[in-house]
Design a protein around this ligand. Structure first.
Ligand SMILES: [Zn+2]
Length: 458
């Protein structure tokens, strides 16, 4: 006789629950996880705990929806500190493309594991990843094994003039592999893995490729993930190549829609902002990367005022040089203040971008992005009782909410994360990512870096 599998049940009790629901409700309470779902969210302690239920003590901790990072390059984690103090086009052509071309299936896997280790231990539960030109399946396998939620796309580069020969592919071959990955992986692992289309940027892609990507996205409902208007020289080059502005071009080819996620968007003309709004296109804001590559400061408060959806992302390890969602939230708020005033980007808005807005941009908001009954249990527990981030506990609920959100955005750091769950599975606890052998990872990463440096061809 077949036995029914018993449900696994966990109570996270007496935490400050930062729900990020439509009312941004915050209270001291408890959350019950049953299998992969949030089954109950209540104020105060659980009324009764049935036997066999795991109990996680949340006192002095904030329980938040896991961070969603809408622009990541797992393939670049191994290149951290190998491409510093450069501007975008030089950074790409002299370093990043050279290293990406030197990846093997196995070094790429190590790079992805290294990135996922950092993301999970810093409370990020979901990412949009740009893949790389070759072996992107290896990144998806790392996603599958580790348990993180991800939408991954093979990076598409087919332009005969503006891409390096070491990464350039024939249009047909590039699209063929991207489509195969979609067929093989999209919706896998109970919809924890999705596949997107990732033309690197307008400069690296032919019109034929972009038109086909737009068509596939429409037909399959897949996301398109690309870089846009990050750097002044880039948009000048785009204008030279296609004779119109970057976002205008993407719109003309039919890419602009709520399925398009554009990383950076710093140098936009007023009519391009209008296109983003009209087509409901999402922006992935990457403040660390924008500062480090001297790209500029994106006009995020203006975009949000216009009703353009903005998510956050750490970009890649060599342009940041960290994958911390805390750092991106903090910087997203800070960099707007000198130019636009102290309330131009409040802590609550930064937290929204790192959770709800990210989930919306990735079309996953029906399942993640807030703590609500029926959603998937993608959760992060942050200890706000360390000496360096000790959160005060005001009596009035409104003050409590404001103080806790401020603590999360302005003083908490990745190392204050205690637990990370994806689909109800505890993936990070007690300083350990449970699916990754940390010592082996460090050893493998050293070896993979050695291989990439010895294989690189300029
Ligand atoms: Zn990027």
């Amino acid at each position: 006789m077949r036995q029914r599998k018993t449900a696994s049940e966990t109570w996270i009790r007496n935490a400050w629950v930062i729900t990020q629901d439509s009312k941004r409700a915050v209270f001291e309470g408890s959350v019950r996880i049953v299998d992969d779902f949030i089954a109950e969210v209540r104020k105060g302690a659980p009324s009764r705990i049935s036997s066999g239920t795991k109990v996680v003590e949340g006192r002095g901790r904030a329980l938040i929806p896991g961070f969603v990072q809408a622009h990541i390059h797992l393939c670049q984690t191994l290149f951290r500190n190998l491409a510093d103090d450069l501007e975008l086009l030089e950074w790409l052509s002299e370093r990043i493309w050279v290293y990406e071309a030197a990846h093997s299936h196995s070094t790429l896997r190590t790079s992805a594991l290294l990135g996922i280790h950092e993301l999970l231990s810093g409370g990020t539960t979901c990412i949009l990843d740009m893949g790389t030109v070759r072996h992107t399946g290896s990144i998806i396998e790392a996603v599958r094994e580790t348990g993180i939620r991800a939408s991954v796309g093979k990076c598409l580069m087919d332009h005969p003039k503006t891409t390096p020969p070491t990464l350039r592919e024939k249009t047909r071959d590039a699209l063929h592999e991207a489509k195969s990955l979609f067929a093989q992986w999209n919706g896998a692992e109970n919809d924890r893995i999705r596949v997107s289309y990732a033309p690197r940027f307008v400069v690296s892609c032919t019109e034929e490729l972009l038109l086909e990507v737009a068509r596939l996205s429409r037909e399959q409902g897949a996301l398109i993930h690309t870089h846009a208007s990050e750097n002044l020289k880039e948009i000048q080059l785009v204008k030279k190549l296609v004779n119109c502005e970057n976002i205008e071009y993407l719109d003309q080819l039919g890419l602009a829609s709520d399925r398009l996620v554009l990383a950076h968007c710093i140098w936009l003309k007023p009519n391009e902002l209008g296109i983003l709004k009209r087509t409901d296109t999402s922006v992935a804001h990457c403040p660390s990367s924008n500062l480090k590559l001297a790209s500029g400061i994106a006009r995020i408060p203006e975009m949000r005022q216009k009703g353009i959806r903005v998510a956050l992302g750490a970009d890649g390890a060599p342009c940041n040089n960290s994958l911390s969602a805390f750092q991106e939230m903090r910087l997203a708020a800070l960099i707007q203040k000198p130019g636009n005033g102290p309330r131009s980007m409040r802590a609550q808005e930064a937290l929204d971008m790192a959770t709800r807005e990210g989930a919306k941009a990735l079309h996953w908001f029906d399942k993640i992005g807030s703590i609500e009954v029926g959603k998937r249990a993608d959760l992060t527990l942050v200890n706000l009782s360390h000496p360096e981030n000790l959160a005060p506990v005001p009596r009035r609920p409104k003050d409590l909410a404001e103080t806790l959100v401020s603590s999360l955005v302005y003083s908490a750091q990745s190392q204050h994360v205690e637990g990370t769950w994806v689909d109800g599975k505890l993936l990070y606890w007690g300083g350990r990512v449970r699916s990754i052998d940390r010592d082996k990872l460090v050893k493998d990463a050293r070896e993979a870096q050695r291989q990439i440096l010895s294989r690189r061809r300029r």
